[in-house]
Design a protein. Sequence first.
Length: 234
Amino acid sequence: MILPDLSRRDTRARERMDDPDCDRARLERTYAQFRVVNALVAGWARTYRGLIRPLLSERGPTTLLDIGSGGGDLARALARWGRRDGYDLRITAADPDARAHDWARRAPAVAGVEYRQALSRDLVTAGETFDVVISNHLLHHLDPAALTALLEDSQRLTRLRCVHSDIHRSRLAYALFSVGTWPFFPGSFIRPDGLTSIRRSFTPAELAAAAPGWRVESGRPFRVLLIHDAARRR
């Protein structure tokens, strides 16, 4: 296997599922398979325990916004974990892509999850706020202006904490994902788009430079977390 140059972000690479004319059947298989991929590599169970669960209220509902929620698998998982732990966690899963929104709404319903077809800026304009704001695998899709706008929106939308989780670009991450997904996920964009995502992703140092005032934490496996704690507390 020949590895690409990963010494810098490849911002010219494009994921196939971002093409509005991509194959709809393959796209929907990709949404369906995200649940498995995120469970294996995204590390959200650890992030939930360390950064979200300590903020959940025992006195009433806690609200959470998932920006760029795709097929909604993470929102549904977080709702189940919160309910399992005895909390009333109410999640808004927002994505501007009509295809993702449609697929998410057709998925089996999970109590506490609401789907919205919206940009983060739409929610800011509407004056909405949430206790916690998150995203998963969103940052690497954005150009510098869009990243700055997302971070500004996130700070306006949250009352407690923002957690944006993405991939830590590395040769090992690329090699392991390439080999590990080779025989699996047929008929979807999981493998080619996953490799493209790694090429577009940040190192911790790059992300820190792109997001002044936010803190960066390295997570496992191959995670980078961009975190902001708001001054507003309940």
